[in-house]
Write a protein that binds this ligand. Structure first.
Ligand code: C5P
Length: 319
């Protein structure tokens, strides 16, 4: 059985990946670039409701608010948006869509369904123009990694992809979350372009995720997986799913767990093929996906035909 078949059933292990991807996982484990030192438990026994309650408890969305050093000294209280992300939209969204950038969404015809949700989350430089039939054209929030801000090739300041939406940026900090160290040597320098952007477009909601939030999500993935997962932050996809579970009553995730259209095409908008995009190399993507599969309340046919997973919002779960 293929890795994707195993994903649908919720039982995969690193040993099912190609030798190349297994090697990559091993190399990331031994490099441990972010100094991960996990001391919690490892179990794979929690079922849907228990797992959801743990996620709800441990995945409180947190963004930089300028109250902590070194940001407080640098005047960040006046740089970050006045209202926190969790309060930006007043009462929550009903139904939300999370649209991953996977190649498998091509020829899905899911555009109309995606746009019918109250809010739509997209990632990084994924376009809608020219792909409306398959991915829709509504964007409410866009999660961007620090490379989008730091690498001039993405035209962050001028591209329409990053206008008229709420922006949420992130960058991997050390696991111990030393904000001083992070500020002086981020993976990619997102701080300078962030400040510039805030000055030019003060009315656009734009947040940076707190690294503590990112690593808490990682802890939840490791805590519910028996194998040692890659000691690198979760993918933007997982971060986005957890964010929307906090903001919405119901979350519909498209092509995170691959449908029958599964392909090695990395992104729907690029002619680049690599199975690592779907199964993970740097990110603990395989394990993230298993976790999401375990809390899926949607049908098997939605999964296979639409690549769609349906998840309850945290506000609807009573623990
Ligand atoms: O590549 P990028 O991070 O911009 O894609 C956004 C998210 O979509 C990823 O973080 C990952 O969670 C998901 N994705 C996927 N399979 C792919 C490509 C992206 O699951 N082939």
């Amino acid at each position: 059985k293929s890795v994707v078949h195993r994903l649908w059933k919720g039982s995969v292990s690193v040993g099912m990946l190609s030798p190349r991807l297994q090697r990559a996982v091993k190399d990331y484990l031994s490099a441990n670039k972010h100094g991960v030192a996990y001391k919690g438990r490892r179990s794979a026994r929690q079922k849907g409701k228990q797992l959801l309650c743990e996620m709800k408890r441990k995945s409180r969305v947190r963004t930089l608010d300028g109250a902590e050093l070194p940001f407080s000294k640098l005047g960040w209280k006046r740089i970050v948006p006045a209202s926190p992300l969790q309060q930006l939209y007043g009462s929550r969204f009903g139904s939300c869509a999370v649209v991953t950038s996977a190649g498998a969404i091509l020829h899905s015809g899911l555009g109309k369904e995606i746009d019918s949700h109250d809010a739509v989350l997209r990632f990084n430089s994924a376009p809608t123009e020219g792909y409306e039939r398959d991915v829709g054209n509504k964007t409410t929030i866009r999660i961007i990694n620090s490379q989008i801000l730091a690498n001039p090739g993405y035209h962050f300041n001028t591209s329409s992809l990053y206008k008229n939406v709420t922006l949420v940026a992130w960058d991997p900090a050390p696991y111990a979350v030393n904000l001083h160290k992070w500020y002086s040597s981020p993976d990619y320098n997102l701080f300078t372009p962030y400040i510039e952007h805030r000055k030019h477009f003060p009315a656009q909601p734009f947040y940076i995720l707190h690294p503590k939030f990112i690593w808490q999500l990682w802890d939840v993935i490791q805590g519910n997986t028996l194998e040692n997962i890659q000691p690198n932050p979760p993918s933007s996809g997982f971060i986005g799913i957890m964010l929307m579970m906090s903001l919405c009553e119901e979350v519909h995730v498209y092509e995170y767990i691959p449908s029958l259209r599964q392909t090695d095409l990395c992104h729907y908008h690029e002619r680049y093929y690599d199975a690592a995009c779907t199964l993970g190399a740097y990110h603990p993507l395989l394990y993230e996906k298993m976790l999401i599969q375990r809390i899926n309340v949607g049908s098997e046919s939605d999964l296979k035909r639409k690549g769609k997973v349906t998840l309850p919002g945290f506000s609807t779960i009573h623990c």
